[in-house]
Design a protein around this ligand. Structure first.
Ligand code: BES
Ligand code: ZN
Ligand code: ZN
Length: 479
């Protein structure tokens, strides 16, 4: 089935464009026709050169990259509702704001706001376009050379977000660890990434007892998906950054079963893995300098006679043993083995994991920011700043060793969760930290909140947001 494709960002000479024009304008006075709120729109069909859609950017002094993304998203919604497949955007109007990154931000909102996951519908619901937005023409008067280069970078980035959203959206009767590996191999092939997958037998031979345990209650068992991008130019031969993404294709909670309300939506428990796919695809497409490795531990957390259970003691790939307290704290188990694999197979310059790890982080930070935990202040600061720039925002939580008390083992090295309802996101982070060798900069992003939207947002419809793709690519572009 064809996944949704991001509209193309094309570079087109201003005087050759005949179609609808988007005109983003700062709000100026009370008789400003489009309106005061960023994203308010007004169609002006009376122009001699063709129709224009005026898009309010809000009051000039209140414009930020985030308000620009939101205005772009609102404009995309208008275009979808009115079934415009093509639109022109005069770049000079955004350049005139003199805000660095304004054009990129507005285009980000436009492209991401046009996302729809509708290929399972026999017919679109009312008010929804039959026809997707196909192209955004960046209208320019000069030679457009630099613009084309920038636009191709943005395109790669935003196509990565589309991919991450779509993979996360796919239902669990379509995406399981085996079919996820199959999709990953197709993406790798199309993007020129190297690919391999470790199946249950390979993981057994290796001794990845934690990842295997989580997968053992489901039909196909677990997988570890490995994607490699070699870097380009000066980055070739440098140590890689490793991105690790939790991909639980469905999380029932296992024998620590979730109730019927909390189980719905657990197809999104693969959002971290989906983001890693998006990041790797984008890196290859934009020929990023830094070498990357993507690791996706994939399993389905199910119940059966073979499923793992509370009180099982697992031997992880690291050799450390873990007593299962909750079969619903499965994400940290699959990540543990992937983190060990990352350090055994490679000499990473940094490791970043993305995971919908805890409901607790949603209680703490809501859906606005993801939790950031790290053993390295410089890495944490760089990621935090990438979050502020990209709008995929983070907030750091502590990882004091004192929290380890909560998961000290009785009969094993440690437990996978605490019996107490204390500091769940931090306990998840402390658990993962046990698998990081001294001196390896590592950051854990608990994306359980912002990985999904529970209602339409200005540039992300309800469902998977693709959170983490733009954030990590922004961080990587600073290296
Ligand atoms: N996948 C869930 C976390 C989650 C919850 C993601 C809500 C998105 C929305 C995770 O595997 C889980 O169940 N975590 C437990 C951990 C606990 C048992 C320590 C949780 O958050 O309750
Ligand atoms: Zn769980
Ligand atoms: Zn989970």
């Amino acid at each position: 089935m064809a996944l949704p494709q991001a509209p193309k960002l094309l570079v087109t000479p201003e005087d050759s464009w005949q179609g609808l024009r988007l005109l983003p304008l700062p709000y100026s006075s009370s008789d400003f026709a489009p309106g005061k709120k960023p994203g308010d729109t007004m169609l002006d069909s009376a122009q001699p050169g063709g129709a224009s859609l005026l898009v309010s950017l809000g009051p000039a002094e209140e414009i930020t990259l985030e308000t620009l993304r939101r205005s772009g998203g609102q404009a995309a919604r208008w275009l979808l509702e009115h079934e415009h497949a093509q639109v022109g955007l005069p770049v000079a109007m955004l350049d005139a704001l003199e805000i660095p990154g304004a054009l990129e931000a507005f285009c980000t909102g436009l492209v991401l706001g046009a996302y729809r996951f509708d290929h399972y519908r026999a017919k679109p619901p009312e008010n929804q376009a039959l026809q997707p937005l196909q192209a955004i023409h960046l209208l320019h008067s000069g030679d457009g050379g630099d613009l084309a280069l920038q636009a191709s970078r943005w395109q790669a980035d935003l196509s990565g977000v589309y991919l991450a959203r779509s993979i996360a959206h796919e239902p669990p009767n379509v995406i399981n660890p085996a079919s996820l590996a199959q999709r990953a191999s197709e993406i790798a092939q199309a993007s020129g990434l190297s690919f391999r997958v470790l199946d249950a037998a390979d993981l057994q031979a290796l001794g990845a007892g934690a990842l295997l345990a989580v997968g053992q209650g489901s039909q196909g068992g677990a997988r570890l998906i490995v994607l490699e991008y070699p870097g380009s130019g000066a980055g070739l031969g440098q140590p890689p950054v490793i991105v690790v993404g939790k991909a639980i294709t469905f999380d029932t909670g296992g024998y620590s079963i979730k109730d019927r309300v909390n189980m719905v939506g657990m197809k999104y428990d693969k959002a971290g893995g989906a983001a890693v796919l998006g990041i790797l695809q984008a890196a290859a497409e934009m020929r990023l300098s830094t070498p990357l490795v993507g690791l996706i531990p994939a399993a389905e957390n199910m119940i059966s006679a073979d499923a793992y259970r509370p009180n099982d003691i697992l031997t992880t790939l690291s050799g450390k043993t873990v007593e299962v307290i909750s079969a619903d704290a499965e994400g940290r188990l699959v990540l543990a083995d992937a983190l060990t694999y990352a350090q055994r197979q490679y000499q990473p310059q940094a490791i970043i994991d993305l995971a919908t790890l805890t409901g607790g982080v949603v209680i703490a930070l809501g859906k606005v920011r993801a939790g950031l935990m790290s053993n390295d202040d410089a890495l944490a600061q760089s990621l935090f700043e990438a979050g502020e720039r990209s709008g995929e925002r983070l907030w750091r939580l502590p990882l004091d060793d004192d929290y380890f008390e909560l998961i000290k083992g009785d009969d094993s090295d440690f437990k996978n969760s605490s019996e107490l309802r204390q500091a769940h996101p931090i306990v998840g982070g402390i658990f993962l930290k046990q698998f990081i060798e001294p001196g390896i900069p590592w950051a854990h992003l608990d994306i359980a909140g912002p990985a999904t939207a529970d209602k339409d947002l200005p540039y992300s419809p309800k469902g998977a947001t693709g959170f983490g793709v733009r954030l990590v690519l922004d961080y990587l572009s600073t290296l």
